[in-house]
Write a protein that binds this ligand. Structure first.
Ligand SMILES: [Mg+2]
Length: 385
């Protein structure tokens, strides 16, 4: 017979979640940010969650209202989902009940990972703070000291400006580039060709953000085949899995899924249909560290390559990806998880932003996520909803 499970005596286990606050922000882009769908955007709409324990300790998490394919949430809908349905699943419970809380959240609100992500990440932040260890230690321990990131080159009609941005990234040690495509095919082929000619050793990827029809995607990819593209990201709409599979068969460039995959069922479907061999998580889209890790495990078992990403976000959501990546035992691509803090966003919301060195984010060693809110920055970018 098994020995009885001993009672929990550790003080950290006794603290309960007492209060949850949503903090909607409009964080300005350095220059208006443009991907293939929608116009240039002046701000990234970001929702922070502050979770307070009955002992006064606070945890934080971040999500975004991206409002493009794969993201239907607004700041208002995130506020409502979190405050009305998801926060009540957390309050009164210990942060060390995370799996149970995640299960109750799934019963309270189907899918909605963008709303669940900041709560689940704040719970892990609190677990780490209560035990005095970084989140990567909670996930088993550190496998790497830095997490490689790629440079993102947004859609831009200014070829010279784009190449100057690429030069700056290269000088800072970035060796992987994602070129946004999907609107100006002639110009985009010129950009890819120029980046390839400039940096023969660079890893080069393109991302159409789900904007092209099948024929346009096929035509563009055939023109890009000559430039050693490591992966073509979400060339067709998120629903067109067959189209993605057909592209994978017809061009000599590996396919990456981003908008098409938010949950485990999406990923399993993609694997079955062999529509992509690379896939991207984002902590918002994928439901925080907790759910992202499950996706990585499934993808690894299927022999897929993993591309750790994020929408343009602050050091908080970047820290979530970096903590997860720091604990991951397998290979990872240099992904766009740090796009917000490596040039896209003009401001951060933490006291000591994550350090980016030689194209990689240094894994923070402080407790929890390893970042701390800057209350003045929060006040200056907070919006009324
Ligand atoms: Mg993408």
């Amino acid at each position: 017979m098994n020995a009885a499970v001993p009672p929990i005596t550790h003080d950290a286990m006794r603290a309960k979640i007492a209060r949850i606050e949503t903090i909607p922000l409009a964080v300005p882009f350095t220059t208006p940010f443009r991907i293939a769908s929608g116009g240039p955007r002046p701000v990234s709409e970001i929702m922070l969650v502050r979770m307070e324990l009955d002992n006064g300790m606070q945890g934080i998490g971040e999500t975004q209202a991206w409002r493009r394919q794969g993201s239907t949430e607004t700041l208002h809908s995130l506020h409502a989902a979190i405050n009305q349905l998801l926060a009540p699943c957390c309050v009164g419970r210990s942060p060390f009940e995370l799996p149970a809380i995640a299960a109750v959240m799934d019963e309270a609100l189907y899918k909605s990972y963008y709303a669940k992500a900041p709560l689940l990440d704040a719970i892990l932040d609190l677990q780490g703070k209560l035990l005095g260890v970084p989140v990567h230690a909670l996930l088993g321990g550190r496998t790497r000291a830095t997490v490689g990131a790629c440079a993102v080159l947004p859609l831009n009609k200014d070829l010279r400006g784009t190449l100057e941005a690429a030069d700056r990234f290269w000088a800072c040690g970035f060796r992987s580039f994602t070129v946004k495509v999907g609107v100006y095919p002639e110009l985009e082929v010129d950009v890819v060709r120029a980046v390839r000619e400039r940096f023969a050793q660079a890893v080069l990827r393109v991302d159409a953000n789900a904007s092209l029809d099948f024929d346009s995607a096929l035509a563009l990819l055939r023109r890009l085949e000559a430039y050693r593209i490591d992966a073509a990201e979400q060339m067709v709409p998120l629903w067109d899995i067959e189209g993605m599979a057909e592209l994978a068969r017809r061009v000599d460039i590996p396919m990456m899924a981003d908008e098409s995959i938010s949950c485990d069922h999406d990923l399993i479907d993609m694997i079955r249909r062999r529509a992509a061999t690379v896939f991207q998580t984002k902590v918002g889209k994928s439901g925080g560290i907790w759910h992202s890790r499950r996706l990585w495990t499934i993808a690894q078992a299927a022999g897929m390559r993993i591309y750790p990403g994020n929408h343009p976000c602050t050091s908080i959501a970047t820290a979530s990806v970096v903590q997860l990546a720091a604990s991951w035992g397998g290979p990872l691509l240099d992904g766009p998880h740090a796009v917000g803090i490596t040039g896209a966003l003009a401001y951060d919301v933490v006291r000591r932003p994550l350090v980016v060195r030689d194209g990689a984010v240094v894994v923070p060693e402080g407790p929890g996520l390893g970042v701390e809110l800057d209350e003045d920055a929060v006040r200056s970018m907070r919006v009324e909803i």
